[in-house]
Structure formats: C-alpha cells, structure tokens
Design a binder for this molecule. Structure first.
Ligand SMILES: [Fe+2]
Length: 401
C-alpha cells in the first residue's frame, strides 16, 4: 500500500493564511513499527519537509519505538539526556524517578498519575509538569479550576551540555485521559489566549519563527550563536520562567557557575541560532531560551552596507537580561495563538517531530487521578546541528540590508 500524506487538520484557532502550509502531515497506509528501508526513506524525508508526522491507531513496542527513532540517526546510542543508570531502588512501590523503560533505557515513560504493571515497571508515579512550579507567577486557583492554564516551557529536547540535540523525538500516546478543553493565557499584557485540548503538546515551526523576523533581526539571527550555560537545567533550577513559558525572568536566581556540578569548557554548547534543514535547506530558528547564557555575533560580510544594521561589527552579549530580551523579541511572534499547532491526542497516536526544526511545550494541568501514559524517545545525536553556510549568511544579509 502506498504511503499517503494528508494535511494535519489545523485547529480553528490557527490562521490558515499565516500558517506554514508545509507544517504537519498525517501518515496513512503504513505501520511505523515495521517499515521497509524504502518506506523509512519516505518517512525520513517527509519528516524533514513537514516537521511533524502523525500516525493513528498505532501498536508500537518500546523496542520498535527505539528502532524507529534510531533509524534517523543510526550512530546515536543514548537517550537525549544520557541513559539513566539502573536504579538500585527498583523494588520501591512508588519511585518518582523510575520512569525509564527497564529493557529499553532510551524510551521514557512520561505522563500523569499512577501507572502500574507497565512494560516491566511495577508502579510509577507520574506527574504532568505544571507551570505552577516553574513560572514566576501562576494562574489563580479559581482560574485553574475554570480551565485556565499556560504553556509550560517552550523548548527543544536537548541536554544542551555534552550531549548533542536529538534529530527526532517520537511520542506515543498510550493512555490519554479525555476532558474539557483548557484555555492557555499568555498573561504578558497582549491579551493573547489559545483554547487547547486537555494535555495537548503544542508545536511551533522554527522556520516560521525565522521567516517572521523583520529584516534587521534576520540579518542578526543568521550571524549569531547561542552559548548555553553549563548543566543548563541545574543552572536554571532556582530561577523562574516568564508567563508565556518562553524564557526566564531576570531575578538573578540562576545557580552561580562555581556551584554547578563539575563541568568542563569542552562540553559547553555554543550553537547557531539558525539550524539548516538537511533535506529542504531551510533555516529554522532553534533556540532553547531558558538555557541561553550569552550571544556571539559575527560581523556582517564586508560587502554588506553597515548603515542601520544591528551589531555590524559583531560582538558578544554577556548581560543575561540583554540576551533574553533579544531572544524574546525574536521568538515571541512565532508563538502567537494563530501560529500554534496544539495536538489533540488520541490513544495510540504516534507523533514524530523534527526536534531540530520545531519548538514544543507541555501544556495544561491534570488532576492526580487523571492517568496519562506516553512513551517518549529521542537520542543524543551523533552530530551537531549545522548552521547557515557562508552563502546563506551572505544571502540573508544581502536580502535584508
Ligand atoms: Fe520535550
């Protein structure tokens, strides 16, 4: 049976005219756990072209999910944040950290509530991440009861230290609680809101994020690299996020570098803002705003007029508030309600997404008795993301001078 790619139905909140028409496809007529090499090649190319692929009514073992994920990067071995060590506390009845599938440590069990007798796990207590423990401010209890929520944290799946950002993430919805829709409030003074399915995963296109930029910021983005903090998730742990989940507030709460676990300069990641799509050649704005610490800007190519350009001679921005303000200015337009794809999960949905081409976030809040079980897999990549070529830099700067 031939592979059929059907457009993903966009929610009524999406603006069809502004939405990247290439974004998202439902794949029909194929079993993702049993692809032939030719079929895999089609899926591979479709993923890079469309950023997210949905398969419905899928049966997929953790082994098959790992194999499918690994097929995108055959030399990759470990989970995106490194494989968990075998826990010595396996016998505990409820161990909150016991979320790795024992036989396939690259596959993680994520979700909400208590899951028992699951793929070799006797019992796992899962907690859907909530903005209330991460944002500086939170919606009131009354609002939360009325279904108001927030984006949790816009991100790329990546350790951003030592391990290279995975190419692809696979998410398999096994138990999906149904419930009323929730409303994401941006709470940033814009009045922006977005109605979403309960427990959605929301995606935005990194390509759109770049394409939306005004000329001066395009010219800057193509010349800029982000230096991430060492052990960024430890560094940012005491800090709190902005209300859109798109970065950290400037309260000086980050852990000082000398209080971090041991780290070495060679493992610190400095990555271009724009990552080049290996199939389409498109440039995707791929920055994890919470972990960013500094920006390194190269000078405009000699042939480009300097007048009016931002940082024409290059430079280094080390002031955290300045780094964050600049990134926020560049990233916020792309998370506008009409540009977000909030996936409406059904049981046995498998979503593959191009982790080097989109940003995504957990959304919403579950009650403790709403059980949700997903398998997630991504692999620390065997290579680093490729930034713009010299020709890209010249083309973008010329077109936006
Ligand atoms: Fe993620």
């Amino acid at each position: 049976m031939a592979i059929e790619l059907a457009p993903l139905p966009l929610p009524p909140t999406a603006d069809q005219a502004k939405f990247d028409s290439d974004f998202g496809r439902e794949v029909k007529g194929i079993s993702p756990g049993e692809l032939t090499p030719d079929q895999f090649q089609e899926i591979h190319d479709a993923l890079y072209k469309h950023s997210a692929l949905l398969f419905r009514d899928v049966t997929l073992t953790p082994e098959q999910q790992y194999a499918l994920t690994k097929a995108f990067d055959p030399e990759a071995e470990s989970y995106g944040h490194g494989n968990h060590k075998t826990q010595s506390t396996k016998k505990s009845i409820l161990h909150p950290d016991l979320k790795t599938i024992p036989r396939v440590p690259q596959v993680q069990l994520i979700g909400n509530g208590t899951v028992t007798n699951h793929e070799g796990l006797e019992s796992a207590a899962l907690k859907h991440p909530s903005h209330t423990t991460f944002h500086k401010t939170k919606v009131s209890e009354e609002d939360e009861a009325a279904g108001i929520t927030r984006f949790y944290r816009w991100h790329i799946d990546a350790a951003l230290y030592d391990y290279s950002p995975p190419r692809v993430t696979t998410l398999y919805g096994i138990t999906v609680p149904q419930g009323p829709q929730q409303k994401v409030r941006y709470d940033d003074g814009t009045g922006d809101e977005l109605t979403v399915p309960l427990g959605t995963t929301a995606f935005v296109s990194g390509k759109k994020m770049f394409d939306l930029l005004p000329p001066k910021l395009k010219s800057l983005a193509v010349r800029t690299k982000v230096r991430y903090a060492p052990h960024p998730y430890v560094w940012m742990a005491p800090a709190r996020a902005v209300s859109t989940g798109l970065g950290i507030e400037n309260d000086g709460l980050e852990l000082p570098l000398n209080e971090l676990p041991e780290w070495e300069e060679s493992k610190v990641m400095t990555l271009p803002i724009l990552w080049k799509n290996p199939v389409t050649g498109g440039l995707h704005f791929q920055v994890h705003p919470c972990g960013a610490q500094e920006l390194e800007i190269t000078a405009l190519p000699q042939v480009i007029a300097r007048e009016g350009a931002l940082y024409p001679d290059g430079g280094r921005i080390t002031d955290l508030a300045e780094v964050r303000a600049l990134l926020y200015k560049m990233q916020r337009p792309a998370i506008a309600p009409e540009l977000v794809y909030p996936h409406d999960w059904k049981e046995r949905d498998l979503v593959l997404f191009h982790n080097r081409g989109v940003l995504h976030t957990v959304v919403g809040a579950f009650k403790p008795d709403q059980v949700r079980a997903f398998h997630q897999c991504n692999l620390a990549a065997s290579d680093v993301p490729v930034g713009p070529t010299e020709e890209d830099v010249l083309d973008v700067c010329l077109a936006n001078a």
